[in-house]
Design a protein around this ligand. Structure first.
Ligand SMILES: NC(=O)c1ccc[n+]([C@@H]2O[C@H](COP(=O)([O-])OP(=O)(O)OC[C@H]3O[C@@H](n4cnc5c(N)ncnc54)[C@H](OP(=O)(O)O)[C@@H]3O)[C@@H](O)[C@H]2O)c1
Length: 234
């Protein structure tokens, strides 16, 4: 797909991977609408990007948003949806585990209600994560939610053709999702990426490049594109 002059909705477009994707789409000449819940994050958006406030878990608000913003050619969600439970499954708080699936419900809401407004040649991209296929101890929630997102994409791709849907799977990426600051932040990323083939945290821009590829390449659908510094082989 030629991105220039296409209309794109980016859920979670106000921070991290979503924000970098908004910047790239805007640079490529798309008409971009970025969506998030909080107004405080809006300051970082390029001036030509429109912001809409919406929670991906609010189905009514989502349907109204798509009616207002459609028709569209590009649909992206990088919205985390909520928190993810971390820790050993034997000691898991099951409410927190269940709540971790807000990411899947947010993504599936966006796809379900966005499809009607998506052109036949349109493309959807979601963001999963490397724990889906490389689950370290303590990452059961990250892994099972990410695995569900990837299975969702493979299944939905068959039903919505010729519209396309893919997921990009990041490894460890330096974004505002991690709240640690200063030297402790550097030490955190060095420690958790030390065994990767490329031993550093990725940049959100590097993941956005994968998302742009999935939009531009009309021969790619129903698959997962890894942008992870070789984490899966570590
Ligand atoms: N960073 C990593 O290392 C990493 C690794 C693997 C996978 N991922 C995945 O990549 C995606 C993006 O992560 P990120 O690191 O870029 O996160 P981030 O910097 O925290 O950005 C998350 C974005 O999602 C929005 N959002 C969250 N919940 C929302 C909701 N319920 N409704 C609407 N918008 C919502 C946030 O805005 P508001 O809070 O204002 O709503 C923000 O714009 C996530 O799915 C994450 O699980 C990240």
């Amino acid at each position: 797909m030629e991105i220039k002059a296409k209309k794109a909705l980016v859920f979670g477009g106000t921070s991290g991977i979503g924000l970098s994707t908004v910047e790239k789409l805007s640079d490529l000449g798309a008409e971009v609408i970025a969506i998030g819940r909080s107004l405080e994050k809006v300051t970082a958006l390029p001036s030509n990007v429109v912001f809409k406030q919406c929670d991906v878990l609010d189905r009514q608000a989502l349907q109204a948003l798509f009616l207002e913003c459609g028709p569209i050619e590009i649909l992206i969600s990088a919205a985390t949806g909520g928190g993810r439970a971390i820790g050993s499954f034997a000691e898991m708080d099951m409410d927190a585990y269940q709540a971790s699936f807000a990411k899947l419900w947010g993504y599936s809401n966006v796809v379900r209600y966005g499809l009607d407004q998506l052109s036949e040649s349109g493309a959807i991209v979601l963001v999963s994560g490397s724990p889906a296929r490389n689950c370290n101890p303590g990452q059961i929630a990250l892994s099972s939610v990410g695995g569900a997102v990837e299975a969702f994409v493979r299944g939905v791709a068959k039903e919505i053709k010729p519209k396309r849907i893919n997921t990009v799977s990041p490894g460890v990426i330096d974004t505002p999702m991690v709240a640690i600051e200063g030297e402790a932040r550097d030490a955190h990323y060095q420690k958790i990426t030390a065994k990767n083939l490329i031993p550093r945290a990725g940049e959100s821009e590097e993941v956005a490049q994968g998302i742009i590829f999935a939009i531009q390449n009309d021969f790619v659908t129903g698959t997962t594109i890894d942008v992870d510094g070789g984490l899966l082989l570590a």
